[in-house]
Design a protein around this ligand. Structure first.
Ligand code: KG4
Ligand code: ZN
Length: 335
């Protein structure tokens, strides 16, 4: 439901290692977007340490919200109509920082809270991008560090899960493979940067021909580790082939879903959607195979990885306000 009296929504997102706040007008206009990340700290250990992530978020949540309000000319927050906050899925300590802060602001400002599912939030990055809104129904490919899902979206808040990963998410596979190759953390951007040239070595394209919309990426990691033990390939060459294998599967499955469900739009989202090779392959495949029957959408790179702008946008289009007494964090939600 699109609310009539709601103009400015403050979004808050703390589901993983980012602390983010944003102000969005009418669900589609980005007024401010502030993201603080503790990624550099986690890079030392090759992955996120949940307890440390939550401690960093406790330090940065109020300054980040303050900056989002000040930079949107909304401080003091008299004109903010509602507070949108990610309530799950995510790391429980991290989610609690955002949810408890939202409760406090709701109580102090007497404004409603709109709880937002992080995964649904990612999808709404596609409403913040261009001056045209995606026409529904849409096939959504959501690819992040924790999730890989193909979803049929028939309306706002109307989602049907078509398939998901049976083991590792695509981003998780890139992160683990980057670690095997010694390329650092987070792995997705490191793989993208290293993926300069192939050498003819082939990795598998798991489940690419299966007649379902599920994925499996853990075998790819095992295959890469095996090739990496043999002499003859550089980490650049393996990163290249890995990126080709992951993107081939993602694009093929999305295309198959589009052919089955005849959507009006295809929406790509999630941190892995920042990958330029995936974006290119998706555009060229949609143009070649589906022509002008389908419009392809992807958020700008800065709105693919975690942020609070898409949380505010999702809240606008799925406006179900609740009072501060009712909201609780839930680490295990799926679409
Ligand atoms: O959506 P996101 O920021 O956090 C989760 O909700 O998980 O996604 C993070 C994931 C990580 O696995 C990261 O390696 C991947 O997105 N990622 C990328 C790129 N940027 C981030 N993967 C491939 N290419 C990128 N440029
Ligand atoms: Zn995310």
């Amino acid at each position: 439901m699109r609310p009539t009296k709601i103009k400015y929504i403050l979004g808050i997102e703390t589901s993983c290692d980012e602390t983010a706040a944003a102000v969005v007008q009418d669900g589609t206009k980005l007024i401010s977007n502030v993201v603080a990340s503790s990624q550099a700290m986690h890079a030392k250990y090759g992955g996120i340490i949940p307890d440390q992530a939550a401690r960093e978020q406790l330090k940065s949540i109020i300054p980040v919200i303050h900056e989002a309000l000040v930079s949107s000319n909304q401080y003091p927050a008299t004109n903010i109509d509602a507070i949108a906050v990610t309530y799950g899925p995510g790391l429980i300590g991290s989610l609690l920082v955002g949810v408890e802060t939202a409760k406090a602001l709701s109580l102090a400002w007497n404004k409603p809270i709109i709880p937002v599912n992080h995964l649904i939030g990612h999808i709404y990055g596609n409403w913040l991008t261009v001056n045209r809104e995606p026409v529904l129904p849409a096939i959504v490919l959501l690819v992040s560090g924790g999730h890989t899902e193909l979803v049929l979206m028939t309306g706002h808040g109307k989602f049907k899960l078509l398939g998901s990963t049976r083991d590792d998410a695509a981003g998780e596979c890139l992160d683990k493979c980057a670690r095997i190759l010694g390329l650092g953390y987070p792995g997705g951007p490191a793989i993208e940067k290293a993926a300069l040239v192939g050498n003819g070595i082939k990795l598998p394209r798991p489940m690419i021909h299966d007649k379902n919309f599920d994925f499996s990426f853990s075998g790819l990691k095992t295959a890469l580790a095996a090739v990496n033990r043999e002499p003859g390939s550089t980490s650049n060459q393996l990163a290249y082939e890995l990126q080709e294998a992951v993107t081939d599967v993602l694009v093929a499955k999305t295309l198959a879903a589009a052919k089955k469900y005849s959507p009006k739009s295809i929406l790509l989202c999630g941190g892995v959607a920042a990958n330029k090779r995936l974006r290119e392959k998706m555009v060229s495949t949609v143009n070649r195979e589906l022509g002008s029957t389908v419009n392809f959408f992807v958020p700008p790179i800065s709105l693919c990885t975690d942020n609070a702008a898409y949380i505010a946008s999702a809240a606008f289009f799925n406006y179900h306000p609740i009072s501060w007494e009712k909201i609780t964090a839930d680490p295990g939600l799926t679409i």
